[in-house]
Design a protein around this ligand. Structure first.
Ligand code: SAM
Length: 357
């Protein structure tokens, strides 16, 4: 068994989250979360939070070592090679440490002609996790870097900036970024003032503009135009729909549309799939009635089929009606007999984890 250093109990994870809310640029609480999840066998989240710590740690060697350890524990040789080479660029003497001697096979440290380009891309992804604004979006990227999905589905493409960041983080290296499958749904030119108002939405760029921008670095994207109430269902029923490993639900913001999007996405999920909802409103005011994913994710948090967790970094915006604070919520299928079964249900609403949606 590998040593992870001191590990605190699950009940302290809320305290780490509170520290992240107070100091989103600090690495320590992310490090503690990573160690905790790894100790519980939740390797995917352990790697994700180790990435979060490494992106914020600057020249603190402990974070780089933990990322190496997490990647080894998760059995992710690709990430292990990237993280190890990246760490040794800053701390070459660490090659002799027991972490490297025990966990990093020498073949992963053999220099290749792609090293400069790949390590530069890896460092850029870490920087965008730290620097991305709105801040909560960095959490999408750290999740994607950890997951290494075969495909990304985004509901609500808007200006395509997030699509580009997500494809780069999910692909990890320029070669894989070029081939990663991305499917984006939006109304594009069909957006109207009525829908804009009803869906508490934004005006998107045209489908052609976004397609052109993505083509510069990705050759495997599909942009589907129309109401997701129709288009997502048709896509889900088509023979080339799956597998979908990562989904970001950020289209129409009416409860009705979010429910319809989820109903379709839920049928595309596998044990690997991570679904992230935007628009969990932390300060409910009457202007937000009928909007956001709150009531849906509350129901999912009580459903034993799912593991639901609110991600700690959120954003606040000054609106006409007061402050709007938005969080992301992550949903995974609860693995049968897997390590996640042993995890405590993380229920941010503090209600009993019983019942079905
Ligand atoms: C908040 S923006 C998406 C932001 C984007 N995900 C990002 O991270 O930058 C919401 C998008 O959803 C689209 N949209 C709203 N309602 C929709 C619906 N019913 N069907 C399809 N797209 C919709 C809008 O056109 C808009 O581009």
């Amino acid at each position: 068994m590998m040593s992870l250093g001191p590990v605190e109990t699950m009940s302290t994870e809320g305290e780490y989250d509170a520290r992240i809310v107070a100091h989103p640029d600090g690495a320590e609480a992310w490090l503690a979360k990573a160690k905790l999840r790894l100790s519980r066998g939740d390797h995917q989240a352990g790697v994700e939070f180790a990435i979060a710590a490494a992106s914020r740690a600057g020249a603190v060697p402990e974070a780089g070592r933990l990322l190496v350890e997490a990647a080894a524990r998760a059995g992710d040789a690709h990430l292990l090679g990237l993280a190890a080479k990246c760490h040794l660029q800053l701390f070459p003497d660490d090659r002799e440490t027991s972490v490297f001697q025990r966990l990093v096979p020498p073949r992963l440290l053999v220099p290749t002609p792609q090293d400069a380009e790949e390590l530069d891309a890896f460092n850029q992804i870490l920087a965008s996790i730290r620097d991305r604004r709105p801040r909560r979006y960095g959490q999408l990227l750290q999740c994607l870097l950890a997951l290494r999905p075969r495909s990304i589905l985004e509901i609500g493409v808007f200006d395509g900036r997030n699509a580009a960041d997500m494809i780069r983080a999910g692909g990890r290296t320029p070669a894989q970024t070029g081939a990663l499958r991305y499917v984006g749904f939006d109304l594009f030119e069909e957006m109207t003032p009525e829908v804009h108002e009803k869906e508490f939405s934004k005006y998107p760029l045209s489908r052609a503009e976004i397609g052109h921008a993505l083509s510069a670095f990705n050759q495997n994207h599909l942009l589907i135009q129309g109401y997701t109430q129709d288009t997502l269902k048709a896509f889900r029923q088509s023979p080339d729909a799956g597998p979908i490993d990562f989904v970001f639900i950020d289209g129409g913001h009416s409860e009705e549309t979010i429910q319809s999007d989820w109903d379709n996405v839920a049928l595309l999920m596998s044990e690997k799939t991570v679904v992230i909802f935007d628009d969990c409103y932390l300060n409910k005011v009457k202007e937000l009635d009928g909007l956001g994913c709150n009531s849906l994710v509350e129901r999912l948090a009580r459903d034993p089929r799912y593991v639901v967790e609110m991600l700690p970094v959120h954003d606040s915006f000054d609106k006409d009606f007061g402050m709007l604070t938005i969080a992301l919520v992550k949903v995974r299928l609860r693995p049968h007999g897997g390590a996640l079964r042993r995890l405590l249900r993380i229920n941010p609403w503090g209600r009993p984890a019983t019942g079905r949606s």
